[in-house]
Design a binder for this molecule. Sequence first.
Ligand code: HEC
Length: 323
Amino acid sequence: MTLLRALWHGLAVLGLLSLAGALWFASQGVAATPTPGPLETAAARTARHWLVPASQRARTSPEAANEKTLADGLAHWADHCASCHANDGSGDTAMGRGLYPKAPDMRLPTTQQLSDGELFALIEHGVKLTGMPAWGTGTAEGERSTWHLVQFIRALPRLTPAQLDEMRDLTPRSPAEFREEEDMRRFLAGEAPPSAIVHVAPWFDWSTPMTRFAFVRSALLFAVVALLGMPVFAHEGHARKIMGTVAMLHEQHLEVKDKDGKAHVMTLNASTKIMKGKTAIKASDIKAGDRVVATVMTEKDVMIAKEVQVGVNADSKAVGDVR
Ligand code: HEC
């Protein structure tokens, strides 16, 4: 009799706990914007760990690791994984930050301490109730490329700037981004006259329903990201690009004339990257008449150049209406 009573009491407590749990869950709402708390993260990761069968966790790579397999993993990552995980594995992308749970920083020990077999299983089969998709194709070829990805994940904590550069070229772009890059490349190479000032995010062309839709979508995404990243955005300002020819360089001040003849004076500082193609050059190597695409930020009314890409010199190449 007392046993039956104890059983009922136990069930009642369990029922109340489940009810409290359900109410807590409902009170959190459905939004993916919050970051899961440390308790929830620890519980989810521990459960995930034990739900990957021990035999899979113990697997080791049958693929000999070499430069070719690493290059394959790198290319595959830039193409399929970087949209959420970022090329550097930080997870710092609009998608990665917008998920619940967020894409983790995979350079950190929390990921690096997982066994090769566990990483492999997570990539092949995905992670239920998270944004992490299953990538396995059930073929030997697919498994091989997953092992290459595992090898690349191990290399994440010490990627070189050259590797990151290479990945930037491999990461998929929207047609608008591609056109903008192509415009800049042709301008710097002297193949086309300078076009107008280019905004990094060309959302403001209202001419087609598609761009209107893209604008609304981007605005929503931006709102979400801005809320999450307020402190970062607050001091970063807006980067924009200025395309034109160098009118003058005086000490740290670079004057660039755009195609409408408008002058833009920007400050070069110690952290300004000055590049000719893929090589870094010195400010003193910039000559009047050089074609440049400058990425600038305005801080307290001062325009600061973050990066200046230098192309051909307008005087050395006769092109249409270059001033
Ligand atoms: C749509 C977004 C998205 C894409 C694309 C994506 N992932 Fe993930 N990935 C996630 C999220 C979110 C998590 C966190 C899952 C969790 O917390 O259990 C994750 C977790 C992982 C983990 C476990 C790391 C850890 O410490 O928890 C690995 C390994 C991984 N991803 C590899 C990959 C690889 C390799 C690719 C490309 C083939 C890829 N992911 C593509 C969203 C994504």
